[in-house]
Structure formats: structure tokens, C-alpha cells
Design a protein around this ligand. Structure first.
Ligand SMILES: C[S@@+](CC[C@H](N)C(=O)[O-])C[C@H]1O[C@@H](n2cnc3c(N)ncnc32)[C@H](O)[C@@H]1O
Length: 220
């Protein structure tokens, strides 16, 4: 699915969110900037896609991006080449990372956790590769909190966005899958509980744009 939409992925991300996605990624960076000042700090951006977040992390410290979709990575690699940052993009499965335990100071995952075949398995793998005193930040779609806004957003997300997204990307299902996958993904509190259950401490979250998305932070 991601291979199919890769060529239009960045354009649709920015257009369908009115560029708010860029602001959300910058909020992730704010949560981890201090960790990347440590000597020799290393960041992992899981499900990095076309590497927008990896590149922002790369501006602060050495970063590895992992994704299992080659066409997304190829687009990301072109963007990395245009920068002079230390960002390595690797093809791999977020559920079975080819690294030992306790390697990274920071692990981020933006709009990726919901797509994994097992949220708990993904969080456990993140916890495994994170160093003690490392930080994980999850950026993901969530549940708008105010009922009126929830209704309006639901209409946009399930009726408007799939039509535009599928028409522009050429996919018949990717942007229909998007709202469906959000509906079956844990809400803010549920995700926080899952993070705690794999061992993260001091788990907290911030609602973004009224809860359309949320930023979950957990420390190891
Ligand atoms: C919605 S995109 C998010 C990309 C990027 N993080 C962003 O913020 O734009 C989700 C990405 O997760 C990747 N993905 C899904 N399951 C994966 C897995 N098991 N291992 C690695 N990547 C995965 C997809 O290939 C896709 O590039």
C-alpha cells in the first residue's frame, strides 16, 4: 500500500493536513532535543517513510531511519542526499529490528505504530532497542475530544479525505484504510496504558489539534 502511494505521499500529507503535520513533527523534536545533546547520541526514527522526521532528527544528531517500504525509503534517501546530515536509512521490519538491545538514546515513530502488525509487539521492540534513560516519542492519529469537533472531523476524515487521497494517489484503498485504522487503534489513554505495560515510565501524552493526533512520551 505504501509503495503504491509513495510518489504522492509527501504532497498529500501536507495538503490534507494544511501543513499541520510539519508542526507536529517539530513538536516531536522538541521532546527529544535534550537527549540528542548527549555525547555520541543516536536516534532511531521507526517507520520513517520518506524521512521528514529522520531529517529533522539528523539536524540534531546521528540518526537511523528504518522502514520496510523501499519506494518510500528511496524518496527519503533523495531528500537526505540534498542535506549534508548524518542520516542512514535502512530497509527493515520495525517488529524485528536488526540491532542489539539498548542501542538508541531516542526512538521516534510518527504515524507508524498504528500500521504495525501488533501495537504491543512494536512498543516492546522499541523498548528493547532503547538505552536505559532513553526516550520514546509516538506521534499518531487519535480521538478528537470535543463531541462537536469530533463529528466534523469524522465527516472530513471518512468522507472527504478518502476521496481526495485515493484520487490523487491513484490508490483505491489507502486513504479509506487510514480512518479505519485509526478507529481500531487505541485512544490516548489506551495507548498510554500499552506503553506502560511494556515497561515505559513517566508516560504522558499531549493532544494535538483537539485530539486529532496525540504525542505520547515514555522514558526507559
Ligand atoms: C504513514 S507512513 C509514516 C511515514 C513517516 N513516519 C511520516 O511521518 O510521514 C507509515 C510508514 O510505516 C511503514 N511501516 C509499516 N509497517 C512497518 C514495519 N513493520 N516495519 C517498517 N516499516 C513499516 C510504512 O512502510 C510507511 O512508510
Amino acid at each position: 500500500m505504501f509503495a503504491e502511494i509513495a510518489p504522492r505521499y509527501d504532497f498529500l500529507n501536507h495538503a490534507l493536513s494544511l501543513n499541520i503535520d510539519k508542526r507536529w513533527r517539530r513538536l516531536v523534536i522538541r521532546q527529544v532535543a535534550g537527549y540528542l545533546k548527549r555525547p555520541g547520541a543516536l536516534a532511531l526514527d521507526l517507520c520513517c517513510g520518506t524521512a521528514d522526521l529522520s531529517i529533522e532528527l539528523g539536524a540534531l544528531g546521528a540518526t537511523v531511519g528504518v522502514d520496510f517500504c523501499r519506494p518510500m525509503l528511496d524518496l527519503g534517501k533523495k531528500k537526505v542526499q540534498r542535506s549534508d546530515l548524518v542520516v542512514e536509512l535502512i530497509e527493515g521490519d520495525a517488529l524485528n529490528l536488526p540491532v542489539g538491545d539498548s542501542v538508541f538514546d531516542v526512538v521516534t515513530i510518527a504515524f507508524g505504530l498504528r500500521n504495525l502488525d501488533g501495537t504491543l509487539a512494536g512498543l516492546s521492540e522499541i523498548y528493547r532497542v532503547l538505552k536505559d534513560e532513553g526516550r520514546c516519542v509516538v506521534l499518531e492519529f487519535s480521538r478528537p475530544q470535543l463531541p462537536v469537533f469530533r463529528g466534523l472531523f469524522h465527516f472530513y476524515f471518512t468522507r472527504v479525505l478518502p476521496r481526495i487521497g485515493n484520487a490523487v494517489s491513484g490508490s483505491s484503498f489507502a486513504y479509506k484504510y487510514l480512518p479505519e485504522s485509526v478507529q481500531t487503534f487505541p485512544d490516548q489513554k489506551g495507548l498510554a496504558r500499552l506503553m506502560e505495560s511494556v515497561g515505559f515510565s513517566d508516560v504522558r501524552y499531549y493532544n494535538l489539534f483537539g485530539g486529532v493526533a496525540s504525542l505520547h512520551i515514555g522514558d526507559k
